[in-house]
Design a protein around this ligand. Structure first.
Ligand code: CO
Length: 501
């Protein structure tokens, strides 16, 4: 290996080990930490964060990156070395453009804004949140100016979550999807088929749910010797080393699928994390590509696999055994339909896989207009409610169920939302290819044999790290660039049958 790349990798691994410690503190904060430790923890994390930032900015003090840049430009680096260099060079250039005072200002404003958002949501009053959101929008616009962009400031922010993606392309696929979804949801709403999801209700003691979720996560391929499953308010996956990836879920006594759905989702994220190659830990070759690609892995397990008829067939056997009171008389077909009920609701996180993406498209359109200065923050509730009526046919009853429902804008996370839908689109396209490569996939799922799927995802996606951009990976794996048609076809096939459209 190129000796400058080896030196760079060594420095990156040190920085990443510190990053992993911050990640662990963060996991602990959400899962274990006593309430009173909050301020103390925040200070420890911010101190460590500062050290990581400083170490990264100093990576080129002796000109290591500059030398590598010359080697890269004169073609002396191989494919992997080039990927390592270009990824780090990009992050380094970005980081240099943001003055330390500005980063501090954003972090402090975001922290106050998140508190204000939580209170405003509780009081169902957008007014309480308004000045904070205005501040966050102003700061993110400034960030976009500092980072630079070609066509729209939104691109600079989108790049934080989906590197190299341009909103022109995002808009294209989301428009295609929107044009399909609005009439499709109308058709489902007026179908004579009424899906009964009451059959899923019953009594599910938490201990039994934990055991069940653990069993399912293990079956799917989560390695419990390299990870854990715990409880937190909002489910998440933490861990950037294949040997320590932790997931969480949350529980409701009367609803097993509430915890199970999110466990399967997080297991998908975790299988990606555990599939990164430990020998490349700390370097771009050992890192996930983007938020959208990460979400494609969780959504594929949660929906394409976890809500298929074959999966219903597989899981019903265990459900009947573990929860006979609830499931003894339920058929595969009834279970399959119940877990795939489509119903427009106000809250994004409760949405089914069909209506979910309309929630995202609505947010994408609004946040892009905000950053481009086409709309004003003070008008957001009206804009939201008007769009919501148009897309979902529902009148929003209050701000908590509308504009205030998500945390993302409170910390200025504009650019994040589209990665959720990109994840669904990537997932459908990958799944389409995988099904062709694994002709027995349906039989395997029905039998609870998920090894071939995990193996395929490991080899084709996880082990590559950031060797390719998201766009290049999709082309490499599926032979085509990202196209909404795979997801649209998937929805059509599935829901035309369920709702006899
Ligand atoms: Co996710």
């Amino acid at each position: 290996m190129n000796k400058n790349i080896s030196e760079l990798n060594k420095r990156l691994v040190d920085i990443s080990r510190l990053g992993s410690v911050i990640g662990l503190l963060d996991w602990d904060r959400e899962v274990m930490m006593p309430k009173k430790a909050s301020e103390h923890r925040a200070k420890s994390m911010s101190l460590l964060g500062g050290i990581v930032h400083e170490k990264f900015v100093n990576i080129n003090t002796d000109g290591l990156l500059t030398t590598l840049k010359k080697e890269y430009e004169s073609g002396k680096l191989n494919e992997k070395e080039s990927a390592i260099f270009t990824n780090i060079w990009r992050s380094f250039e970005k980081e240099k453009k943001l003055p330390e005072d500005f980063i501090k200002e954003i972090m402090e404003a975001a922290s106050l804004s998140q508190d204000a958002w939580a209170k405003a949501r509780q009081k169902k009053s957008f007014k309480l949140f308004l000045p904070h959101l205005e501040k966050m929008v102003t700061l993110r616009k400034k960030e976009a100016e500092l980072l630079g962009y070609e066509k729209t400031p939104y691109d600079a922010l989108l790049d934080n979550y989906e590197p190299l993606m341009k909103s022109e392309d995002t808009t294209q696929v989301l428009e295609d999807l929107k044009n399909f979804l609005i009439p499709f949801i109308q058709k489902i709403k007026s179908s004579r088929i009424k899906v009964n999801d009451k059959i899923l209700e019953g009594e599910f003691p938490m201990e039994k749910q934990i055991a069940f979720n653990t069993m399912i996560a293990g079956k799917l391929g989560f390695d419990f010797e390299a990870g854990r499953l715990d409880v937190s308010t909002h489910p998440f996956t933490q861990g950037d080393h294949a040997h320590d990836v932790r997931i969480t879920t949350r529980y409701k006594d009367n609803d097993l699928f509430y915890s199970l759905g999110s466990t399967i989702h997080e297991t998908g994220h975790a299988i990606y994390g555990q599939g990164l190659l430990p020998e490349h830990y700390g370097t771009p070759i050992g890192e996930p590509i983007s938020c959208g690609i990460h979400e494609s892995q969780s959504r594929m397990w949660e929906n394409n696999i976890g809500k298929s008829k074959e999966f219903a067939q597989f899981i019903l056997v265990s459900l009947k055994k573990e929860f006979p009171k609830v499931f003894s008389k339920v058929s595969v077909d009834e279970l399959y339909k119940a877990i795939n009920k489509v119903e427009p609701l106000y809250i994004r996180t409760e949405a089914d896989e069909v209506t979910y993406n309309l929630h995202i498209i609505l947010r994408y359109e609004i946040e892009k207009d905000l950053i481009e200065g086409k709309i004003k923050v003070k008008d957001l509730p009206q804009i939201w409610n008007k769009k919501f009526k148009e897309y979902f046919g529902l009148k929003v009853p209050n701000d908590a169920m509308g504009i205030l429902q998500d945390v993302h804008w409170s910390f200025g996370g504009m650019g994040y939302f589209p990665t959720y839908t990109l994840g669904n689109l990537y997932a459908a396209q990958f799944y389409h290819t995988m099904s062709k490569k694994l002709p027995n996939i349906k039989k395997d799922i029905a039998k609870g044999n998920f090894k071939p799927i995990k193996k395929w995802l490991n080899a084709n996606i996880h082990a590559k790290g950031k060797l390719y951009s998201a766009e290049a990976l999709v082309k490499k794996v599926t032979g085509e660039k990202l196209d909404a048609k795979y997801f649209i076809e998937y929805l059509k096939d599935k829901y035309q049958e369920i709702y006899s459209l």
